[in-house]
Write a protein that binds this ligand. Structure first.
Ligand SMILES: [Zn+2]
Length: 411
């Protein structure tokens, strides 16, 4: 093996850990179903706690069930944190989240193997319910920690069966006592799969993430006139679905016309009454738009307003457009990004700078301290599916980059 590139990291040990954790909640087709606060999530957490204790970490659990394992530093300084999540979406993959946690654990194990003491403590964090597959919103626990979501609201989040998050935390034994509040850290580092095709297409092993794109979510309700599909002549119809169709293709056109890195999606469409012989009276839909530049997103929102107005007028339906959620572009801390850049360079990885198109716990952590992310490739750009895969060579470069960045930042 190339000694220059794997200083510190034990590839075999990391690979074994990925396999072992990946067995908890494994699906027959090589994926993972370990949805937040289920029995499998508990088993995954139990294994992580055991490994953290075996690595000599002081393990604590906070009020949101977030797990922290701390390796002492030589001075009383804020820690360098590494983190991600171990919950998955149903029939998801075993790399999303797990990889960040396990590369963090490997970094700590490697510090021990090489008997390295750091000035700052080094900490591993595992956040509860990152995916939002069971309890909304996603990233709920880092959101509470950052002070962006009230603890009470998070506790009262219910899954589709009406079960409260706090009751499930208690049931699986992870309702901790440590306050879930902003804490000081020297840096927060999250290694994660890219979940897009860019790194693989360019033959790169590592992405140094500069920031997370701005995101806008809107909800549109179109109200037409529900009527019989037979006796109603075409000239007097007010069909909510016909207006919706114009808007779905129009949303796609906004991205094409404004160009750049703008992406636009209608992912949810509900038609009423949704039967064969009635003209649709009501349609609701979601509109998700993302771009690195807030100004482009502002422009896209104005285009959407105009698009909805025109489509409604043409069909004679009423439209109610609610722009209900917006997060601005989240730039990562310049000194953390620079440390990751140096680490990627030193690890010998082929890398470039990149933006994240998806939200991560690092987004909330960036609100309370200096944060950064490291991406590794996703085969075919695919994630949140059983086919999710990252080659071990790339994982090794990613873990090596994380290890070096931690050494750099923890002193
Ligand atoms: Zn994730």
């Amino acid at each position: 093996m190339n000694a220059r590139r794997d200083v510190g990291i034990d590839r075999k040990r990391l690979e074994q850990s990925i396999e072992e954790l990946g067995r908890i909640g494994a699906t027959p087709r090589g994926g993972l179903t370990r949805v937040a606060l289920t029995d499998d999530d508990k088993r995954g957490r139990d294994l992580m706690v055991r490994w953290m204790r075996e690595a000599g970490l002081r393990v604590t659990v906070d009020q949101m069930g977030n797990l922290f394992g701390e390796r002492a530093g030589t001075q009383a300084l804020p820690p360098v944190m590494m983190g991600s999540h171990v919950d998955s979406v149903p029939t998801g993959g075993k790399y999303d989240g797990q990889l960040g946690v396990l590369c963090g654990l490997e970094t700590i194990r490697a510090l021990d193997t090489h008997d390295i003491r750091t000035r700052h403590p080094v900490m591993l964090a595992i956040f509860t319910n990152e995916e939002g597959a069971r309890f909304q919103p996603a990233m709920i626990a880092s959101g509470v920690m950052a002070g962006k979501i009230p603890l009470e609201d998070a506790y009262n989040a219910r899954d589709k069966d009406g079960i409260r998050l706090v009751d499930e935390l208690e049931r699986i034994g992870y309702l901790g006592s440590e306050p879930c509040v902003p804490r000081a850290f020297r840096a927060y580092l999250e290694l994660h799969i890219e979940q897009g095709p860019c790194l693989e297409e360019e033959g790169l092993s590592v992405g140094v993430v500069d920031g997370i794109v701005a995101i806008s979510w809107s909800r549109l309700t179109l109200s037409g006139v529900q009527d019989h599909a037979g006796p109603t002549p075409m000239r007097i119809r007010h069909d909510a679905l016909v207006a919706a169709a114009k808007i779905v293709t129009g949303v796609r056109a906004i991205a094409r016309e404004l160009g750049g890195e703008l992406v636009t999606t209608v992912g949810n469409l509900v038609v009423q009454p949704n039967i064969v012989n009635a003209i649709p009276g009501t349609v609701t839909m979601s509109i998700d738009m993302r771009d690195p530049r807030d100004a482009t997103l502002d422009l896209a929102r104005r285009r959407l307003d105009a698009l909805v107005k025109a489509a409604c007028e043409r069909e004679g339906v009423r439209g109610e457009l609610d722009h209900y959620w917006r997060v601005p572009y989240t730039p990562f801390a310049a000194d953390v990004v620079a440390a990751i850049d140096r680490a990627a360079h030193a690890s010998g990885a082929r890398f470039r700078h990149i933006l994240s198109g998806a939200g991560h716990d690092a987004q909330y952590m960036a609100a309370i301290g200096p944060a950064g992310m490291i991406f590794v490739p996703s085969r075919g750009g695919r994630s949140h599916c059983e086919e999710e895969f990252t080659p071990m060579d790339d994982i090794e470069y990613g873990a090596g980059t994380l290890f070096r960045a931690v050494l750099d930042l923890a002193g």
